[in-house]
Design a protein around this ligand. Structure first.
Ligand code: ASP
Length: 343
């Protein structure tokens, strides 16, 4: 199933061409004077990057940029991040997010309901508590105490429609056990893009500010129609996000269970620490996943996006289809990532 030849040709493809208006090549390495820089996952990253850029281009801190950036995506009901996302199998949207700065400070929330900006709650956890992570009703209680408004909890029209459709069959089968079933109506349904199409439901963002400091954020409504209480990789420091200012930073998107199993983002940063480029590091992490999970991967997607402290950018995914958005002084583009299965 995991075809080495396909993998090699996919990598070679990663250096040429334009596809669907997206560049199919590695993003450029930016020299220090060209900082700042922000990158984020999927096409929705383009709008989020603009908000982050407003902060960075005025000499702002990477931490503020990654918070402000992904709040745009959390705000959008047309996107599957935030309260516009798909609900769990019981009909409730539950949100996960985390944030990490250049000093190794980090905060996270998981299984948070009816709060619009989980990334900002995660930042408050980081800055105002002695803890890293708050979950469920405790996270909500903290958010309310911090002045975040309690939202209605009513599903967006599109999410309601998708949920009704899912309820018609409402099978729950863990994906690795029953891949055929998952293709029809399983728990890890794809989620909605602004265009009305469906895609992944996480935005991860990494920024390098003018001072050369790194920060990252990650926010999601998680897998659509998940079991109640399910938490993916996105709020887990080391899985969905990791930042080491001496080395680089990485965010992940795709099936959280697989990313957690290899502590994906931390693994990528450790590969960068050993001297590999961001793209080589993301590729090595995917190789590790393939090695560990072999034929248990079903048809899941896993994607990594990384930058190093000098501004080099890299990505790699298990399957084709992963895109990421880059914003720098002379550049505002969406790139198509190389993948294990080619492009
Ligand atoms: N990683 C997210 C999760 O598993 C989902 C995604 O990126 O689409 O919760």
């Amino acid at each position: 199933m995991l075809n080495r030849r396909k993998f090699i040709s996919g990598s070679a493809l990663g250096s040429v061409g334009l596809l669907m208006g997206k560049e199919l090549r590695s993003a450029p390495r930016l020299a220090a004077p060209d900082l700042p820089l922000v990158v984020s996952t999927w096409d929705v990253g383009m709008d989020a990057n603009r908000a982050a850029w407003d902060v960075l281009s005025q000499g702002g801190r990477a931490l503020d940029a990654v918070e402000q950036g992904v709040r745009v995506t959390e705000d959008s009901l047309n996107c599957c991040v935030g309260l516009g996302g798909n609900p769990d199998r019981d009909g409730f949207v539950t949100l996960d997010a985390c944030i990490m700065d250049e000093q190794g400070n980090c905060g996270s929330v998981a299984f948070l309901e009816r709060i619009k900006h989980p990334v900002s709650v995660a930042r408050r956890v980081m800055e105002k508590t002695p803890h890293v992570m708050l979950v469920g009703s405790g996270a909500q209680q903290f958010a309310l105490a911090e002045g975040f408004p309690l939202e209605s909890g009513i599903l967006s029209e599109d999410a309601q429609r998708a949920y009704q459709q899912w309820l018609e069959k409402s099978n729950y089968t863990p994906p690795e056990k029953n891949i055929e079933n998952k293709k029809q109506h399983g728990p890890f349904a794809p989620t909605r893009l602004a265009s009305g199409e469906w895609n992944h439901d996480t935005i991860g963002m990494l920024a390098l500010d003018q001072k050369g400091n790194l920060s990252g954020s990650c926010t999601t409504s998680g897998a659509g129609f998940k079991m109640r209480g399910r938490v993916g990789d996105s709020p887990l420091i080391g899985s969905g996000l990791f930042v080491d200012n001496e080395v680089g930073a990485c965010v992940a998107t795709g099936q959280g269970e697989e990313i957690i199993r290899i502590a994906g983002s931390h693994l990528v940063v450790e590969f960068m620490r050993s001297g590999l480029s961001p793209e080589q590091s993301c590729k090595k992490a995917i190789e590790r996943l393939v090695q560990c999970r072999k034929d248990k991967l079903g048809d899941v997607q896993v994607c990594f996006l990384a930058i190093d402290r000098s501004g080099a950018i890299g990505s790699f995914a298990l399957r084709p289809g992963f895109t990421y958005a880059v914003r720098a002084r002379h550049e505002e583009k969406i790139y198509k990532s190389a993948s294990w299965f080619g492009n």
